[in-house]
Design a protein around this ligand. Sequence first.
Ligand SMILES: [Ca+2]
Ligand SMILES: [Ca+2]
Ligand SMILES: [Ca+2]
Length: 629
Amino acid sequence: MLRDRTLRLHYGSRMEAVCVLGTQISADVYGAAPAGAVSFSVKHTAGVQVEVVTDDQSQVAPANGGKQWPLDHRTILKLSMNKASTEANDDKVTVNYYGENGGPPIDQAGVFLTGIGISLDVDADRDGVVEKNNPRKGTWTWGPDGHGAILLVNCDKDNPFISGLDCDDEKIFSKEDLRDMSRMILRTEGPPRLPAGYEMVLYVPMSDSDKVGVFYVENPFFGQRYIHVLGRRKLYHVVKYTGGSAELEFFVEGLCFPDDTFPGLVSINISLLESLTEEIPRAPIFTDTVVFRVAPWIMTPNTLAPVNVFVCSVKDNYLFLKEVKSLVSKANCNLKVCYGYMNRGDRWMQGPDFGYVTREPLFEVVTSLDSFGNLEVSPPVTVNGKAYPLGRILIGSSFPTSAGRRMTKVVRDFLYAQQVQSPVELYSDWLTVGHVDEFVTFVPLPDKKQFRMLMASTLACYKLFREKQKEGHGEATMFKGYSGTDTKRVTINKVLSNELMVQENQYVQRCIDWNRDILKKELGLTEKDIIDLPALFKIDKMGKAMAYFPNMVNMIVLSRDLGIPKPFGPIIEGDCCLEAHVRSLLEPLGLMCSFIDDISSYHKMLGEVHCGTNVHRKPFSFKWWHVIP
Ligand SMILES: [Ca+2]
Ligand SMILES: [Ca+2]
Ligand SMILES: [Ca+2]
């Protein structure tokens, strides 16, 4: 921010002023004139540029003072400097006033000037280097042609020995932690000391103080120390002015993600304060401002390559663990088992040791719809010409007209505020657990579309079972080897003749179709982008649906390797006809199906493979700031 300021010259007295390079000082030449003066001349040293401005007429004043101007109340002098001073007050502007009869000047007014360069700098052009005084550093725009610096929320834990997150304290423990922060440099140029009465202050607006933390790097050449200078409870910091040509280095961390009360932009200012006399408080005469946007919280879709698979070890999931292990080794990524001390008995975990965020409502009841199985993300899509290069978040919600469970408002508001993965709201409240991942998932493909959407389909299951019945396999038995307690013999004939079940599953299909229509519209999909996986549901006492056999759509996707809940379908000629059918749909596309028995470990507790695992994926190569929300 370059702001002009006005200086009141006064004849017969010595004045001193600091001129920040790139700014102008307006000096009132008329008001300073002695009685009887009718014209003036201006003399100045080489480091100062002086313009004589009357209305919109501007003339450069020669340094030697060889030109006279008539004294006019509209006339002002504009002083500027483009080179920093090596000593305080080493430049000077003198105004000579002349009377009506010419001759020698009748009086003088003047000012001694100190030129100081101040620039607060960030990487506003996003090339990884903090450039010098980018003229656009104080604003922020989206898109590949946009500009503006970015900031990460430092919500990981680079030091395992601290209790909270990295951004919870006002310390930096490791060099790794510095990599989560953005560099900011204060460049100053000037004499060894600031003239008396001047001070430089770095500060954040009150509204940003709980969103950003700033550390100063002390003694960069003698064992660095990082001093927390701005953030919670620290609104300003008096900067040590070191003289000469100096670069003071700062590291900046974000403290929170955007949400409905915080659009994501934070600003940091440097001001030069001046005091006219000791009794009057200092006032800013120059301010430079930089703006950062805090990086949004971004979800990674199944189409991104897996890096680590997290799974919990609890007392009864040993076999499940073994099968996941073999899948993970096929997919060439790492398995991270979380043992009891970390998961505290919770098998529906999220991964430890990397960034996480919590949102807690003040007044609302937290429902099952707030679980992360209720939050999925589509692969990148283009819908009616509008690109979503990071995909769209899928939120499970209740039917628009019913007063059912709904994801807590704070969570929904949070998701919308991230902007880069514009959420789509689906209807998932018809399910007992109510999660989106119970009826839809995505698998990567190397073709033009890059993926297929898989949906649970009761229609597809009935179609398959009727075909098998026609082929003479009506007595094929389900649930063989199923470790559940229900030992009644279930055949294709029995399933097909159960009228109640037929009706319940027609209802379920309607609920799924409702979502299918939303997904087609909001993700720009056609029928050929969708694959139906057979599924059956039963309705519980509350009128909600739960999977009748392990729900295959609730799979884990590791590139081309799919870990699918083993459905325990009707056995025909030694093969599960559901597995065979799903293989016939997916394997020709180059996908590999592994069916994992999750019955006792997850299915009986109303979850499947996908709910019991978590995949840390390679982040998008697409830069989120290139999104145009
Ligand atoms: Ca740069
Ligand atoms: Ca810290
Ligand atoms: Ca960190």
